[in-house]
Design a protein around this ligand. Structure first.
Ligand code: ADP
Length: 342
C-alpha cells in the first residue's frame, strides 16, 4: 500500500512544479486574505491535503497508462498480437495507439519480406547446386570412362570427348547467366543509355542468328517498314535481350518462322519477336520469367537452356522503364514484345 502511494506520487512528480505553483498561489491568497483567523489555517491544511491527493490521483492515472503501454510493447515482443487492430490503449492515447499499430504492421511486413527473401535465397542456392551438378557429373562420367580404357576405343573416344565438351559449354553458359543475374539482382548492373538505330541493330542480330535458324530449317524474318528508327537504350544489354528471345524462339520452334517486328509511333518503338513454335501452356505463362522456371525441364536442358534467360530479359527490360509482355497459344506459337523510348 505504502509503496503504491510512493510509486503514484513519484509518477506524478513531472507535474509537481505546476501543481505546487497553483498550491502556493492559493495558500498565499488565503493567507493574505485572512491571516489571523483559524479558518485560514484550516483552509491551508485542506489545500495541502488536496495538493497531495491531486498528485496521487494524477500519478495513479499516469502509472496505469504507462503500465498498459509497457504490457503492449512486451506483448509485441512476445508475439501475442497477430493483427494491428488487437493493439488497444486508453482512449486518450489514440494517437500513440495508431502509431504503435502502424509500427507493428510495418514490422510484420518487414519480417514477412525477410522470410520470403530467405526462402528465395535458399531455393536459388538449391537450384544453382542442382544445375551445376548435372553437367559436372556428366563431364566427370565421360572422363572417367575414357580414363578407364575408352580412350583407346576409336568407336567411342571422340564421341565421349565431344559430349564432355558440349557439357563444358553448357556449364560455361550457366555460369555466365548466373554472373549476369547476380550482378543484376545485387544492383551492380550499370546501364549505359544512348540513342542508336534499332533497325541496323536488329539486322545485325538477325544476320548472326541466321545459321542457328537454318540448321533447324526455320526462317528468320526481319522486314522493317522504315530504314531507321532511333531509340534510347543500353545497346549491350539489349543485345542480350535479343539473343535470348530469338534463341528461345528458335529453340522452341520445330518448323516455321521466327519474325522480328519493329513498329513505331511518335514516342515509342515496339519490338515483337514472334514464333510458330510449341507455345506455352496458359498456367505457365506468368511463371516463365522466374529464375530457373521451365515449362519442360528435360526439353529446356536438351536444347541447352539454363532457365535464367527470361529472368535476365525481364530485368533488362524493366531497367529500360518498360515491360516485357507475352502472348502464347499451345502448339501455335508465342510472341514476346516490349517498348523502347524513341
Ligand atoms: P531456358 O534456358 O530454359 O530457355 P528461359 O528463361 O529462357 O529458360 O525460358 C523459360 C522457359 O520458358 C523455357 O524453359 C521454356 O519452357 C519457355 N519458353 C521461353 N521462350 C519460349 C518460346 N519462344 N516458346 C515456347 N516456350 C518458351
Amino acid at each position: 500500500m505504502f509503496s503504491k502511494i510512493k510509486t503514484n506520487l513519484k509518477s506524478s512528480s513531472i507535474y509537481f512544479k505546476e501543481i505546487f505553483l497553483v498550491y502556493l498561489v492559493i495558500i498565499t491568497l488565503t493567507y493574505i486574505k485572512d491571516s489571523d483567523s483559524a479558518s485560514a489555517y484550516f483552509l491551508i491544511t485542506a489545500f495541502t491535503i488536496l495538493f497531495f491527493l491531486l498528485l496521487y490521483i494524477i500519478g495513479a492515472k499516469r502509472c496505469r497508462e504507462i503500465e498498459k503501454i509497457k504490457s503492449t510493447v512486451a506483448g509485441i515482443r512476445k508475439n501475442q498480437f497477430t493483427v494491428p487492430d488487437e493493439i488497444i490503449l486508453e482512449n486518450n492515447l489514440s494517437g500513440l495507439q495508431e502509431e504503435i499499430q502502424k509500427m507493428f504492421g510495418k514490422m510484420k511486413s518487414d519480417i514477412e519480406y525477410l522470410k520470403k527473401l530467405e526462402r528465395v535465397r535458399r531455393e536459388f542456392l538449391a537450384n544453382v547446386s542442382h544445375e551445376l551438378r548435372t553437367p559436372i557429373f556428366t563431364i566427370q562420367g565421360y572422363i572417367e570412362t575414357l580414363l578407364d580404357g575408352a580412350i583407346n576405343d576409336p568407336k567411342v573416344n571422340k564421341t565421349f570427348l565431344e559430349k564432355a565438351n558440349y557439357h563444358t559449354i553448357s556449364l560455361s553458359t550457366l555460369l555466365n547467366d548466373l554472373i549476369d543475374i547476380s550482378m543484376i539482382e545485387s544492383g551492380e548492373m550499370r546501364m549505359s543509355f544512348r540513342y542508336f538505330d534499332i533497325i541496323e541493330f536488329i539486322s545485325k542480330q538477325v544476320e548472326e542468328m541466321k545459321p542457328a535458324a537454318e540448321k533447324k530449317n526455320i526462317t528468320l524474318l526481319f522486314k522493317p517498314g522504315k530504314n531507321k528508327i532511333t531509340v534510347f537504350g543500353d545497346k549491350d544489354k539489349l543485345r542480350q535481350v535479343f539473343v535470348n528471345l530469338i534463341q528461345n524462339a528458335i529453340k522452341y520452334t520445330e518448323a516455321g518462322t521466327v519474325s522480328i517486328i519493329a513498329e513505331d509511333d511518335a514516342k515509342y518503338c515496339r519490338i515483337i519477336i514472334r514464333d510458330t513454335g510449341i507455345g506455352i501452356p496458359e498456367e505457365d505463362i506468368n511463371r516463365i520469367f522466374e529464375r530457373f522456371y521451365r515449362v519442360d525441364k528435360a526439353r529446356s536442358r536438351a536444347v541447352g537452356g539454363t532457365g535464367l534467360g527470361l529472368a535476365i530479359v525481364k530485368h533488362i527490360i524493366d531497367a529500360h522503364d518498360s515491360k516485357i509482355e507475352v502472348k502464347s497459344k499451345l502448339n501455335q506459337g508465342s510472341e514476346f514484345s516490349f517498348r523502347l523510348k524513341k
